[in-house]
Write a protein that binds this ligand. Structure first.
Ligand SMILES: O=C(O)[C@@H](CO)OP(=O)(O)O
Length: 253
């Protein structure tokens, strides 16, 4: 068997309306900005240029990831491939921070608490009550998830726990058939997946950020271990700059 039989591509959605406004987003279903649409198109062009054409796509159930996949696949002339979606690929539920301004929260609670909520592995923000303004408790797309499984807030550790069943039961079976799999999802659900794939420690994952719209390609060996740790961004220079921008969100401009 080849040493790297499996091809996986991770794609964070393009800039969203709330990325642009610097608001904590989580499960709030905001759309892409024009810039986000452009990033998604460029993502598809990068896939084409690299000859990395997905055979199947998995997305979250949030429109910024769904539309990013659609636009990227259109640019790569792959709109026809099968699509699977799962809430388990959703962005981290940001609890009571959803809808709040990142710079304001940083100012009000201080850098340490802000970063603890934003990037620590196991400290979730306060829970968001069902029925509150930015809650998804009445959203029909989650009606089939039992109440006790439905997040009201999540730390990254919680995202790893709810994402992994989908990795093993939804994505790995498609990789096993030899198909090139595209996963279009979110900053924190992809951090959870990268943590798992690369075996990143709980401490180190705090410093790992995923840029919007730039495909991250992984070749995986027979045990689903990355051949190149950290994978390969299809536009490494752009990725570097965009990673810095994500890191600095919440800082005053
Ligand atoms: O607000 C969010 O849902 C996420 C992603 O945009 O933000 P952060 O990078 O601060 O975790």
């Amino acid at each position: 068997m080849a040493t790297a039989p499996y091809k996986l591509i991770l794609l964070r959605h393009g800039e969203s309306e709330w990325n642009a406004k610097n608001l904590f987003t989580g499960w709030v279903d905001v759309d892409l900005t024009d810039k986000g649409e452009k990033e998604a198109r460029r993502g598809g062009e990068l896939l084409t240029a690299a000859g990395l054409l997905p055979d199947i796509v998995h997305t979250s159930v949030q429109k910024r990831a769904i539309r990013t996949a659609q636009i990227a696949l259109e640019a790569a002339d792959r709109l026809w491939i099968p699509v699977k979606r799962s809430w388990r690929l959703n962005e981290r539920h940001y609890g009571a921070l959803q809808g709040k301004d990142k710079a304001q929260i940083r100012e009000e609670f201080g850098e340490e608490q802000f970063m603890l909520w934003r990037r620590s592995y196991d400290t979730p923000p306060p829970a968001l009550e069902d029925g509150a303004e930015w809650s998804q408790s009445d959203d029909p797309r989650y009606a089939t998830i039992p109440s006790e499984l439905r997040p009201r807030t999540e730390c990254l550790k919680d995202v790893v726990t709810r994402m992994l069943p989908y990795w093993y039961d939804g994505i790995v079976p498609d990789l096993l058939t030899g198909r090139t799999v595209l996963v279009a999802a979110h900053g924190n659900s992809l951090r959870a997946l990268v943590k798992h794939l690369d075996g990143v420690s709980d401490e180190e994952i705090a410093g790992l950020n995923i840029p919007t719209g730039i495909p991250l390609s992984y070749e995986l060996d027979a045990d689903f271990h990355p051949v190149t740790p950290g994978g390969t961004y299809l536009d490494p220079e752009a990725a570097k700059a965009a990673i810095e921008a994500v890191k600095n969100q919440g800082k005053k401009k």
